[in-house]
Design a protein around this ligand. Structure first.
Ligand code: OXD
Ligand code: MN
Length: 577
């Protein structure tokens, strides 16, 4: 605690707030009231949505700002071509002048928090300093904040400094100093830029540490699948932002599976920390304590569990406000409200325009999820049978395939591509390679990151999870999705688990092992075997173009790219010739 107090005093001297308030997760009503007074929050209908609030962000502050995110290490080469780099001294000097006096007349909130269960040797402690009540309230949902956490604080903690400042986009910086265990973020209040326990600590700083300590910090959901015999097996899945991780993590089995007795348990929807357990298998924990999910599209059909989770004690950001009911609404729900205010805070009259921002979010406590896994708090986590990677691809990637072995799986994951979404600023729908869905989140050179994955595979040996790739987003000639997705994705998971058990058949293809149409259970689905054939089709012309794009991407890593991955690429090329 001495170290924490010393650091907080230094930051107080720099930011010059009017007062300093320590947060321990209790008495939050006082801060909510202040936020209601300032207009930062709107209290929603307490009967229909108890404990729920609406927040509207600044118009320029609605997504992660990847171009304003920096990794600051002594050597530029250590961050690699997928990150923005600045020398630590140079960046500290820019930031110090921006933070100088930034909290004059404001309150400085100090939030000790824990990523992972308190007391677990795998958890990480942090302290976030912020001048935003919205950040305080979100952090108290997304992370563990309690008296116990404050008591546990010692010399080792991640120093997280945040200010919304003037929300000036030209002076926005989200900076990571992995050599100092520090994160400084200014001029944004958006989740991924401002809730520093999430992307900044649990992925960028944690991935850096994980490389040194032989574990993995990944952009993955964790899901338990209980079969009719009552056995639960766990999988992790990495998809880029806004590609359906929350929906998969909370899926409801199709009717025929429910009748048989299948159940799903949600351990996490966004981040997994994976370690080799005493038994030699890979074990995963979710370091978060809540969900920061995309709202539009969430409904009774796509994700009833998320809908239940956000029915109380939730903060909504940038959705539509229903003036008559004092509730919220978003695209994907029925019955748009008659009298409404859009996410920008204007009367929603032009109904051709979306009312909720496409990246509008909910922040809800994990315990609200009706299918939260009983293992959620287990400090050891859950053993992982399969790791699934996937993206949003209209063509090219088939519904599912299995990597030939772990190293080939690392190759598959390093080359996965996806169409960009509204979760980051910039154009939507542009295909980019997003290795392991970690391109925006890996805190060091991704060439070294691939080598680290290969090393982890070697360390785990034959107890390593099997690796798969999925694509729920393939479209037909009319641009319609062919695969129904959502709950029906369990049909694909069933094949994946059967492959892990060695009980499902597969055929070899140039890209890996694939099911034949008869291997995927489509009973009760409005889909034909011809549709499945299309979904599983591997178009060699598209793949040849893919190989060229992969080559160009790999070249950007120079000699940091492991030779093994060049070999895998050349093997793939020869399988197509
Ligand atoms: C998120 C993201 O908020 O990936 O989880 O952007
Ligand atoms: Mn995410």
């Amino acid at each position: 605690m001495v170290e924490v107090k010393k650091w907080v005093a230094e930051m107080e001297a720099l930011c010059k707030p009017e007062k300093v308030v320590w947060i321990d997760g209790e008495g939050l009503d006082e801060y909510r009231k202040e936020a209601l007074k300032s207009g930062e929050l709107i209290e929603l209908n307490n009967e229909l949505m108890p404990g729920c609030f609406l927040h509207r962000s600044a118009l320029n502050d609605v997504a992660r700002s990847e171009d304003k995110t920096f990794i600051c290490t002594t050597k530029e080469d250590d961050v690699g071509p997928t990150n923005n780099w600045r020398a630590p001294d140079e960046m500290y000097s820019v930031l110090t002048s921006l933070f100088d006096g930034v909290m004059k007349g404001r309150t400085m909130y100090v939030i000790p928090f824990c990523m992972g269960t308190v007391g677990s040797p795998f958890s990480k402690l942090g302290v976030e300093i912020t001048d935003s009540i919205y950040v305080v309230l979100n952090m108290c949902i997304m992370t563990r904040v309690s008296k116990e956490v404050t008591k546990a604080l010692g010399a080792e903690f991640v120093k997280c400094l945040h200010s919304t400042a003037e929300l000036d986009i030209d002076k926005r910086y989200i900076c990571h100093f992995p050599e100092d265990n520090a994160i400084w973020s200014i001029n944004s209040g958006y989740g991924g830029n401002a809730l520093l326990g999430k992307k900044c600590l649990a992925l960028r700083i944690a991935s850096y540490r994980a490389k040194e300590e032989n574990w993995l910090a990944e952009h993955m959901l964790i899901l338990g699948i209980e079969n009719p015999a009552g056995e639960t097996r766990y999988v992790c899945a990495a998809f880029p932002s806004a590609c359906g991780k929350t929906n998969l993590a909370m899926l409801i089995p199709p009717e025929i599976y429910r009748q048989k007795g299948y159940k799903i348990w949600c351990v996490g929807d966004d981040i997994a920390w994976l370690r080799i357990g005493e038994d030699g298998r890979l074990w995963a924990v979710n370091p978060e304590n809540g969900y920061f999910g995309v709202v539009p599209g969430t409904n009774e059909k796509t994700n009833p569990n998320a809908l239940a989770a956000i029915s109380k004690d939730t903060i909504f950001t940038n959705v539509v406000y229903d003036e008559d009911k004092n509730t919220v609404w978003w695209e994907g729900l029925d019955n748009p409200p008659k009298n409404a205010i859009n996410w920008k805070g204007e009367k929603w009259t032009n109904r051709e325009e979306k009312g909720a921002h496409p990246n509008s979010r909910f922040t809800a406590p994990a315990k609200n999820c009706p299918i939260l896994s009983p293992e959620f708090e287990n400090p050891k986590g859950v053993p992982i049978s399969a790791i699934i990677f996937g993206g949003r691809r209209a063509k090219t990637a088939p519904l599912v395939y299995q990597a030939r072995n772990f190293d080939h799986g690392v190759f598959v994951a390093s080359t996965m591509a996806s169409e960009t979404t509204a979760a980051q600023t910039g154009a939507v729908g542009v295909t980019r390679i997003d290795s392991m869905a970690m391109k925006p989140f890996c805190g060091y050179n991704m060439g070294d990151y691939f080598a680290h994955w290969l090393k982890m595979g070697a360390l785990i040996g034959d107890k390593a999870p099997k690796i798969f790739n999925v694509n729920w987003f393939r479209t037909d000639e009319q641009g319609r999705f062919i695969w129904p997705g959502f709950g029906d994705n369990l049909r694909v998971l069933e094949w994946i688990l059967a492959r892990c058990d060695g009980t499902a058949t597969a055929v070899e293809s140039p890209i890996g092992y694939m099911p034949t149409p008869k291997d995927i259970n489509i009973e009760g689905l409005d889909i034909t075997h011809t549709d499945l054939e299309n979904l599983l089709n591997v178009d060699s012309e598209l793949w040849k173009a893919e190989i060229i794009a992969i080559k160009e991407y790999y070249e950007t890593f120079g000699d940091r790219l492991p030779q093994k991955l060049w070999e895998e690429l050349s093997n793939l090329e020869s399988r197509f010739s």
